[in-house]
Design a protein around this ligand. Structure first.
Ligand code: GLN
Length: 488
């Protein structure tokens, strides 16, 4: 059993812990050994602290021995994207700008994980400040796709997806501003979900584009993703955009008989640029739902064509404002040899930010500048409202939408680094959900001829995560893609 402990699901590990067949320390040691064995190839982690993880595991085992286990995640390791604050741990956002910054407090999601007894495990690689789709914009290292280390794992939460796919953690957290959970989940063959905007507190998540950012889970199965979301969801007085809403018990909801559903197939998601192998796998999934008794209807989201353009105006505008705080005064990187305060700002930012971050700050400053604001930013906000309207219209008729998560399987490392527009198109199917604020999940639905995973995206109604999990699980239960693991 020990060899495969690191590939067990969290739900399964929890059952073993409850029946006292294994300890949290054994799980954590298995994960550490696995990480030591494969992370030189995968490069999912920026850093990790083995002693700290073992200490957390021992505390969990002691709690359990006293009969005081805190819940289903007690003793289970969860990897953390290096964009979320964990008190006393480094937080880099894969940027030189944050240098040796150490978080003075816990993000709300992290506090909730700790309250649930989870073992907070490592700092996962990402594109710098979550800007990118391949993890190649990290200033630290590039993460490899565990299924083919010549390929990218997706991004920006590439480390979070790759670590679960490679067995370096059964669960992880990422953040999704335009697809950064769903896209890498699809490319690495794991489950990844972006909750409704406002379901999970953003407190302690380093801001990229505040009206789009959401934290969400990565896991091997839908049930595990539901378990992790359950733990982090809920209103938080430290985030005024977090929503006061009753959170259902997602796992209990999963046990209930649900469906059949009415599922919409947005025709704009099956056009030019969609890889034939991806289309085939997704169409097969749609056929599966039809055979299960779901009503399948064609729908249109007519403003889809504008989503990427609108996103790169709104996200960059918000980023240019959010990243203004890195001025050499308040955070750790500070240029030396400067003449005056202005020189300090210029040099610090020139040295601290990588090329993609600079591109976004310049774009964002431009679209907000006087004379261009109305033409770009204001216009983009109006189109954003139309995009949200498309979804709300569709949801008058259907329960959820089925689409591919990405236009193609993972591409090769280096292939798109010099072509930002091609890179931006990786998120063509995921971006709209962030603009509309709706939830989305990506689950494995097949493999390409080259052995790379393919993801199925299900988009749901606001705050109907329970439906999304149920629809996704229906497919998962009848297929075995999620049980396959890369040969590393
Ligand atoms: N790839 C998109 C971008 O570069 C989305 C990133 C994200 O969701 N954080 O902005």
């Amino acid at each position: 059993m020990a060899e495969t402990l690191y590939y067990r699901t969290a739900s399964d590990l929890n059952r073993e812990l409850e029946s006292k067949r294994i300890s949290s320390e054994e799980i954590v040691r298995a994960v550490i050994d696995r990480t030591r064995a494969v992370d030189e190839k995968v490069c999912a982690f920026i850093s990790f602290d083995e002693d700290d993880a073992i200490a957390q595991a021992k505390a969990s085992d002691a709690r359990r021995a006293r009969g005081e286990a805190l819940g289903p995640l007690d003793g289970i390791p969860v990897g953390i994207k290096d964009i979320m604050a964990v008190k006393g741990q480094p937080l880099t956002c894969a940027s030189r700008m944050l240098g040796k910054f150490v978080s003075p407090y816990d993000a709300t999601s992290i506090r909730k994980l700790k309250d649930a007894g989870a073992v907070v495990w490592g700092r996962l690689n990402m594109d710098e400040f979550a800007m990118g789709s391949s993890t190649e914009n990290s200033s630290v290292k590039t993460t490899a796709n565990p299924w083919n280390t010549e390929c990218i794992p997706g991004g920006s939460s590439g480390g979070s997806a790759a670590c679960v796919a490679a067995g370096e953690a059964p669960l992880s957290l990422g953040s999704d501003t335009g697809g950064s959970i769903r896209q890498p989940a699809a490319l690495c063959g794991v489950v990844g979900m972006k909750p409704t905007y406002g379901l999970v507190s953003r407190y302690g998540l380093v801001a990229f584009a505040s009206s789009l950012d959401q934290i969400g889970p990565f896991a091997h199965t839908v049930e595990d993703a539901a378990l992790l979301l359950q733990t982090i969801a809920g209103h938080d007085r430290f985030d005024s955009t977090s929503f006061k809403t009753d959170i259902p018990d997602y796992r209990t909801e999963l046990q209930r008989k649900r469906g059949p559903w009415k599922l919409g197939i947005p025709r704009e998601y099956f056009g030019e640029g969609l890889d034939p192998e991806v289309e085939k796998a997704v169409r097969a999934a749609i056929e599966f739902y039809r055979k299960e008794g779901c009503e399948i209807v064609d729908v249109s989201l007519p403003h889809s064509d504008y989503a990427v353009g609108v996103y790169y105006i709104i996200a960059t505008a918000e980023a240019s404002s959010n990243l203004a705080r890195y001025d050499g005064v308040r955070y750790t990187h500070r240029s030396t040899d400067v003449k005056d305060a202005i020189d300090l700002y210029f040099k610090t930012r020139a040295e601290g930010f990588g090329p993609e971050v600079k591109r976004r700050v310049i774009l964002g400053t431009y679209v907000l500048s006087s004379g261009y604001y109305d033409a770009y930013y204001l216009k983009a906000q109006k189109v954003r409202t139309l995009i949200r309207g498309d979804f709300l219209n569709a949801y008058e008729e259907v329960d959820a939408l089925i689409t591919p998560t990405t236009p193609a399987p993972a591409f090769r490392r280096g292939e798109k680094v010099d072509d930002p527009l091609q890179m931006y198109l990786s998120d063509i199917y995921t971006i709209s959900a962030n603009l509309a604020g709706i939830p989305g999940i990506s689950i494995p639905c097949g493999f390409s001829g080259g052995g790379l995973p393919i993801g199925l995206q299900i988009l749901g109604q606001p705050f109907k995560e329970a439906d999304l999990f149920a629809i996704a699980r229906k497919f998962e239960q009848a297929h075995d893609h999620h049980t396959r693991h890369p040969a590393l």
